[in-house]
Design a binder for this molecule. Structure first.
Ligand code: LEU
Length: 433
């Protein structure tokens, strides 16, 4: 997102100004994440409140542990932007610099968390109550339940924030490592000559085509709305549609996938390349189905978190709701549009990739509303954010505003965070009962 198309400091309204002040007070800087998220002030407010609570307020874990866990999580996706920020914070609160040489230099207790970190980030459906038991039951270095919940929320928060960082192409602030380079590290596959030539990835020739794209999408939404009332598919048919979409989502990948991303330095000590999403998606891994009817955030996850780490359940719940319900009733240049169907398709598509199924949702809608380039973008940002390119960002929804693409990212990160949490919390519940 070109800087001049973001909200300019000095031109913000009163609400945004208050948020800038909050963010500055909490982080000691006005970071680029805040400057991009402020497109959606109501969400930003809830995001900052939650993050502040997790990092700075009273809670089960000591401060330096919290930042270290943030580093571990961001490093899973080689997100040097977030790793750098938290390395600073970690040292600032008195963390031992030796730990930064790699997980094997950190206390055993944190090392034990490494496995859960990997699974949460790449294959959360494999988490069982035995994994939880291992963390809680080890003689020495054991985690308390409250500490574990705190850690799980931090891990999922930073996995998702890494998705946001790559999904929106956030570059480091000017005073940070990489912030003064010509080519920001979170924007890969972007040729400098394109920038100097004024080519920003959107072809002029394509622009008429993409105007029709918006209209076609709106037409589809209308049609779906109309035939919704007409035909009711059977239970079996609905289940089949879900399974089909889930299977297909395994094979969605971009042609750029083959190009290997340049190694990012900072996180090399934390990397474990033997474990990523990609290796499994290649061969079409089997993701079991998780029915929301049996375990949902509203009925189960929320209260478990609240019981063990008061207020955090509430904060997360609020944040999920804001992201899910946020709307300006616009579609690119069109106003007064009900976009709930489209936003729901995005949310449910992400949960579908994680095997999470809503019995009452017709997964046939997803194929009608989300085209291939959009699916590639979604899957990349959610599953392998480090592989996101500017080209992917530019090539979906070409007529939409940047603020709308950021809006999409809010849906992606919250849906991802909730999916990871659901699996971890279900395993914790199973361990406890
Ligand atoms: C993600 C976009 C489709 C959101 C749309 N601009 C709305 O306000 O609802």
């Amino acid at each position: 997102i070109p800087e001049k198309e973001t909200i300019q400091v000095g031109n913000e309204d009163a609400m945004m100004h208050a948020l800038f002040a909050d963010s500055f007070a909490a982080l000691g800087r006005l970071d680029n994440v805040t400057l991009v998220m402020v497109f959606h002030p109501q969400y930003l407010e809830s995001f900052l409140k939650t993050q502040h609570y997790l990092l700075q307020m009273d809670g089960p874990l000591p401060l330096h542990y919290r930042h270290y866990i943030g580093i571990m999580a961001a490093a899973r996706h080689q997100c040097s932007y977030l790793v750098n920020l938290h390395v600073n914070d970690f040292l600032h609160v008195g963390g031992d610099p030796k730990w930064l040489n790699g997980l094997e230099n950190a206390p055993q207790k944190l090392q034990n968390l490494g496995e859960l970190n990997k699974m949460l980030a790449h294959r959360p459906w494999l988490i069982t109550k035995e994994h939880i038991e291992q963390l809680l039951k080890t003689e020495e270095n054991s985690w308390s339940l409250a500490e574990l919940i705190h850690a799980v929320v931090l891990l999922t928060h930073y996995h998702s924030l890494a998705s946001f960082t790559f999904g929106c192409g956030i570059s480091p602030e000017i005073d940070c490592e990489g912030g003064h380079t010509f080519r920001p590290p979170s924007v890969s596959n972007y040729c400098m000559c394109d920038i100097t030539n004024g080519y920003h990835g959107v072809d002029e020739i394509h622009s008429t085509e993409s105007v029709c794209e918006v209209e076609a999408l709106m037409e589809k939404m209308k049609q779906l709305q109309e035939c919704r009332d007409e035909e009711e598919a059977s239970q079996e048919e609905m289940a089949t549609r879900f399974e089909r979409e889930k299977r297909e989502s395994m094979f969605v990948c971009s042609s750029e996938d083959e190009e290997s991303a340049p190694a990012r330095d900072v996180s090399r000590h934390f990397e474990d390349t033997s474990y990523g999403y990609k290796d499994f998606s290649r061969h079409g891994m089997h993701v079991p189905t998780f029915r929301v009817q049996d375990y949902s955030w509203e009925d189960h996850g929320y209260s478990l978190v609240n019981r063990l780490y008061p207020d955090v359940g509430q904060l997360l719940d609020e944040k999920f709701h804001i992201a899910y319900n946020l709307t300006y009733n616009t579609m690119a240049m069109h106003k007064d549009v009900d976009t709930s169907m489209l936003r729901r398709a995005i949310w449910n598509y992400i949960h579908c990739m994680f095997g999470i199924r809503y019995d009452d949702y017709d997964y046939g809608e997803i194929n009608q509303l989300l085209d291939r380039s959009f699916k590639v973008y979604i899957k990349t940002v959610v599953c392998t954010p480090e592989k996101t390119t500017k080209r992917m960002y530019d090539s979906f929804w070409r007529q939409f505003e940047h603020s709308e693409k950021v809006h999409v990212n809010l849906l992606l990160v919250e849906a991802r965070m909730q999916a990871e949490l659901l699996y971890a919390l279900r395993a914790i519940t199973r361990y406890m009962t």
